[in-house]
Write a new protein. Structure first.
Length: 280
């Protein structure tokens, strides 16, 4: 894929179409976007979501919709403000539409388990193979979610890497992070922390592998690199959360390791994924 005149151009395996809408707020001003916001559609399929996001009666739009069939539909050029973030805040910014590219991923969102069925809010039933059980970053108990396909996740990564290279994107955020309490997408079934750490922070480790290897073996302190890092009672992604998530830049002391997991000390102890610790 490539970007020409702020439009995504197709490549083999990922068909791209444009169905441009005029539901925008004009060009980004004073500069091009520096943020990507990840969403799920909470719809039946990509086609219905595209219809919704281009419907002139509905005050919502986005730059891209990525389908479960690997299709990509562009609705708004990347130099133009779309209406995807709504009421939102990140650090000292409000109204993230003015700074961000919105990517919608075809996904039904949270599911309700009823006996042996997993139902979406629009009452479609999904097989167990499409169900993910996990704890949302803004919640404390696990629930059921529609699983993203591996191909969707791969396409999102390819697109975001292209946006980083083209526009110098500095932030990759979830709608749930800029509108907590109001929005829950993309939810725990999407590997948001891994995506942004792999894209935005992997270069430093790649450039200094020996330094990083020595640091990981010898140093008992580390800095959190994820924007939010869950702290668990055991070294397992399915174990209970024991406190509020750690935030990017926090310092921790490493007490013990088990595989990729590190038991750390802050004010209390718990287990975190060592992938998101930058050791001093």
């Amino acid at each position: 894929m490539k970007i020409e005149n702020h439009l995504l151009v197709a490549s083999s395996g990922s068909p791209v179409s444009q169905q441009l809408t005029n539901k925008t707020s004009g060009l980004f001003q004073p500069a091009l976007p520096d943020t990507v916001v990840i969403h799920y559609t909470a719809g039946r399929d990509a086609k219905s979501s595209v219809r919704t996001l281009t419907d002139p009666k509905i005050k919502a739009s986005a730059h891209l919709v990525i389908g479960r069939d690997n299709s990509i539909t562009q609705l708004v050029p990347f130099d133009t403000v779309a209406w995807h973030a709504g009421k939102s805040r990140w650090n000292d910014r409000t109204g993230l539409n003015a700074y961000s590219i919105g990517i919608e991923i075809d996904n039904a969102g949270r599911l309700d388990r009823q006996a042996d069925e997993y139902l979406s809010w629009f009452k479609k039933s999904y097989p167990a193979t499409e169900v993910f059980r996990g704890t949302h970053r803004n919640e404390s108990e696990p629930t059921y979610w529609h699983r993203y396909t591996a191909q969707q996740i791969e396409i999102v990564e390819r697109v975001v890497r292209l946006l980083v290279d083209t526009y110098g994107i500095k932030l990759i955020l979830g709608h749930e992070e800029i509108s907590p309490g109001r929005k829950i997408d993309p939810g725990p079934a999407f590997p948001l922390d891994k995506l942004r750490n792999d894209i935005l922070y992997a270069d430093r480790e790649a450039e200094e592998p020996e330094t990083f290897a020595a640091q990981k073996q010898d140093k008992p302190h580390a800095t959190v690199t994820a924007y939010q890092l869950n702290v668990r009672s055991e070294p397992s992604a399915s174990s209970d959360l024991v406190m509020e998530p750690l935030t990017k830049g926090e310092q921790v002391e490493i007490l013990e390791r088990q595989g990729q997991w590190c038991r750390v000390k802050i004010e209390r102890e718990g287990w975190v994924s060592g992938k998101y610790l930058d050791q001093e």
